[in-house]
Design a protein around this ligand. Structure first.
Ligand code: GLU
Length: 583
């Protein structure tokens, strides 16, 4: 791969244009960010970063330009997102990171939030055994898991970081202290969710005026409290997050909002541990694809969808053909049936990972798919090692996440999905950041209708099942070509598999692949993205037996870096610019 033009000028110009669009017509004082180097002034050819937010992306690029590697860039981007995309992710939440090198090594890391030791199966139940409403569960201490992003960042940095730990915090501290302009996306969420974003006095003071109106796009938010938290962690390391005043503030805030015994304690926070996990890998049309295993369902679902589709010639069918996407939906339905039943935290329940990924098992599942008729009903299969005395859980559709990706001059790829679960997480804040509501990713009902336990039920110290699917891909010659993933709750594996198909089967750019019309089955309901050719093709899908189809805006937000053959392309979901993405 000699002679590559990494971090193309094109990408820099697009970033600046986008920033200019965001700032257009508003009173943002650029002098406030004067100390931050403008991306177009930075030397290129050193790698690429993709983030949903251009300011966070610049933070990652700043690390590459300072001689840092993809690990440094990814961590700096995650930290900056805490400031500029507070509705989506941050140090009050968790995430998963996968790293793939030019010589084919892969490692994945788990920074998933954990339930306090005092949580049990009945965590989301009322005394009479009924399940709390989703809103009651979210806006309380019940939903908050011990945050994992800082511990995971420290673990990966200790192993692979090149720049100093403190250097990674510099852009985020600068953005928090000097201020960042509210963009249109954040503004829309502030308007829609004042009781949530402004649930705490601190959130209210940050984002709303005296009359309770959301500050407009362009208003510069200064978050000195967060800058101080960052400074403490930059100086003293993760201990400044997981012990001392920060841990006491998190535990106190969560406990005060938890309506039952078992609330988070400083001991829960001090005992948090990030983990190295086995990545799950497979091939698709001779490309090697690696993703995140349990407690995420993401990697397994992506590999199953792709594996079940491999016997079909999607390229010959064509990207605009309803049959292509009918096949995709059928593979997704089969993969999601397995996911609902089997996937959970493998430290607590037995997850038949190798059975689910066994090529013979996947071929058997694929054999159920017909190109001209939708399956009337879909059920989970029985892979080797499956525990069958379990039931499906419940999973709401929620979105508050950011996917980011980075690649460096050694062609090391880092794919990182960071989350606080729903928009503004639980609404609770500590240290200047939002605390996640990740525990609502557990099945709030501990048992299924038949009384059997749900694998993804709440247990003390357990990690809730995730959909996050940070993925890295090598081409048939073993060269790194793609780091991809998405935000959007249960849609994440579907988005990620679709982007991979767009790149591999249809030869699309990352941006085109991420921008493909979205389609997904949620149980018996199928959705197609409103305003795309798929909406017009609904009769075609109906003719294939899909009956309950609605067209609506897609709850999706993908991101990737992709090798084009001559340079690394950085892509964020085009829906972000159209204002149609998820938080
Ligand atoms: N909490 C979700 C998960 O871990 C992600 C939510 C989202 O993407 O918005 O799967």
């Amino acid at each position: 791969m000699a002679g590559m033009k990494r971090a193309s000028l094109k990408a820099s110009i697009a970033t600046s244009l986008f920033a200019a669009l965001l700032l257009g017509g508003c009173s943002f004082d650029t002098a406030k960010l004067a100390s931050a180097p403008a991306p177009q002034d930075l030397p290129a050819r050193i790698g690429a970063v993709s983030s949903a937010d251009p300011l966070a992306q610049d933070a990652g690029m700043e690390m590459l330009n300072a001689g840092g590697n993809a690990t440094d860039a990814a961590i700096a981007t995650m930290l900056a997102l805490t400031v500029v995309e507070p509705q989506s992710s941050g140090i009050g939440g968790g995430g998963f990171l996968i790293r793939g090198t030019a010589d084919g090594k892969v490692e994945s890391f788990d920074g998933r939030e954990i339930a306090p030791a005092g949580a049990a199966n009945d965590w989301f139940l009322r005394p009479d055994g009924t399940v709390l409403t989703f809103d009651e569960s979210v806006k309380s201490g019940l939903s908050v898991g011990v945050p994992g992003n800082v511990a995971m960042a420290a673990m990966v940095h200790a192993k692979y970081g090149k720049l100093s730990w403190a250097r990674l915090f510099e852009p985020a501290i600068r953005l928090a202290r000097s201020g960042f302009p509210i963009n249109r996306r954040l503004y829309d969420y502030l308007v829609q969710m004042p009781d949530h974003a402004g649930m705490s006095e601190f959130g209210k003071s940050l984002f709303y005026d005296q009359a309770g109106r959301a500050y407009p796009a362009g208003h510069v938010v200064i978050n000195e409290t967060l800058a101080k938290t960052f400074e403490a962690v930059a100086k003293a390391g993760p201990a400044a997050f997981y012990s001392g005043p920060n841990a006491a503030e998190i535990a106190g805030t969560v406990a005060a909002a938890t309506p039952r015994p078992g609330a988070m304690t400083v001991a829960d926070i001090a005992s948090y541990q990030s983990k190295g996990r086995d990545a799950v890998c497979g091939t698709y049309r001779r490309y090697r694809i690696c993703g995140m295993g349990p407690p995420s369902s993401g990697g397994i679902a992506v590999l199953q969808i792709l594996g079940e589709l491999e016997r079909f010639d999607l390229k010959a069918l064509g990207v605009d053909n309803p049959t292509t996407w009918h096949l995709f939906i059928e593979a997704q339905r089969l993969a999601y049936a397995d996911r609902e039943l089997y996937l959970a935290d493998s430290d607590f329940v037995s997850v038949p990972v190798s059975g689910l990924l066994d090529p013979a098992y996947i071929a058997g599942r694929s054999a159920l798919i017909s190109a001209d008729r939708s399956l009337a009903a879909v059920a989970a299969g029985i892979p080797d090692g499956a525990e069958t005395a379990i039931a499906d859980g419940d999973e709401p559709e929620e979105h508050g996440t950011s996917h980011l990706a980075a690649v460096d001059s050694a062609n090391t790829m880092v794919s990182y999905t960071s989350t606080i679960e729903g928009p503004f997480g639980s609404g609770l804040m500590a240290g200047g950041f939002y605390l996640n509501n990740e525990l609502t990713d557990f099945s709030r009902s501990p048992t299924g209708g038949d009384g059997k336990p749900v694998a993804n039920r709440v247990e003390g110290g357990k990690r809730p099942r995730s959909s996050m699917a940070p993925t890295v891909v090598w081409d048939p010659e073993g060269r790194p070509v793609l780091a991809v993933g998405a935000a959007g709750g249960s849609t994440i594996p579907v988005q990620t598999a679709r982007s991979i198909i767009g790149v591999i089967d249809f030869g699309l750019s990352a941006r085109q692949a991420i921008g493909l019309p979205f389609i997904m089955a949620f149980g018996d309901q199928m959705m197609v993205e409103k305003g795309t050719w798929m909406e017009l093709a609904i009769p075609g899908f109906q003719a294939l037996g899909h009956t309950q189809i609605t067209a609506r805006p897609a709850p999706v937000k993908g991101g990737a870096v992709k090798w084009t053959g001559s340079e690394w392309e950085s892509a964020r979901d085009p829906r972000i610019e159209g204002g149609l993405d998820v938080p």
